[in-house]
Design a binder for this molecule. Structure first.
Ligand SMILES: [Zn+2]
Length: 235
């Protein structure tokens, strides 16, 4: 039998909730009960003496709400939609860079990533690179969480691509700063065939842990521009 990862599991996923914070360009989700136990108890399901009820929920949300992964198609009309992206993009060896000292709305440049890589003690080569900003602990679920994240520069995004990082991931709504519309990191992602996770949480638990296993599988949404994921790491 082949080896599989085992160890402490760290959940990196926001709880999907009604009206939770979303990217400033996106609608918040509407997540409400569809049928409640109280309603379905009278449907006559089950048998005399052992009746049954059920509950279901309506999820009315964009594919970029909560902890999610962007499909190439999201920002590239010729890019693969989420259901056509290879599954091996979404799990594998990973490292977490500690960038908590970078202030809100600042630029994260090559020198910051290089220093954090050095501190992490892992030479990035094909890794999924997670970047801890501390934004969730600082701001979530307040409105500031939607408008305070730092952003990767174009050069920093090229730096990740040059190290064959197959995916990267950040806390908060975007890899780009919310206070300008230039989206340098997203444009480099588009041009270099990269993509990323957004709204990851609990990344501070991965700081200083070296290399670990990460998984964040998307739903198979036909022609989807992205998907919510259940992201986790195994230390
Ligand atoms: Zn994105």
């Amino acid at each position: 039998m082949k080896a599989y990862p085992s160890g402490k599991i760290v959940d990196l996923t926001l709880t999907l909730e009604d009206n939770m914070p979303a990217h400033k360009l996106f609608q918040a989700p509407i997540i409400v009960p569809h049928k409640r136990h109280e309603e379905t108890a009278s449907m006559g399901i089950g048998v005399e003496g052992d009746r049954m009820s059920f509950t279901t929920y309506v999820l009315n949300m964009l594919d970029h709400v909560g902890t999610h992964v962007d499909a190439y198609f999201h920002i590239n009309p010729k890019g693969a939609p989420i259901d056509k992206m290879p599954l091996d993009l979404f799990f594998g060896k990973a490292v977490c860079l500690d960038l908590r000292h970078i202030p809100d709305l600042a630029d994260v440049d090559v020198k910051d990533l290089a220093a954090a890589e050095e501190k992490a003690g892992v030479k990035i080569d094909g890794h999924i690179v997670l970047m801890c900003s501390g934004l969730t602990k600082k701001h979530y679920p307040n409105r500031e969480a939607m408008i305070s994240n730092w952003g990767l520069t174009a050069a920093a995004t090229h730096w990740l691509a040059d190290r064959k990082s197959k995916m990267h991931g950040v806390e908060g709504p975007s890899t780009d700063r919310p206070n300008w519309m230039e989206f340098p990191s997203h444009r480099v992602c588009r041009d270099r065939g990269l993509s990323h996770y957004e709204w990851l949480i609990n990344l501070e638990e991965l700081v200083g842990k070296g290399e670990f296993f990460f998984s964040g599988m998307p739903l198979r949404i036909g022609n989807g521009s992205g998907s919510p994921v259940r992201a986790f790491a195994i230390l």
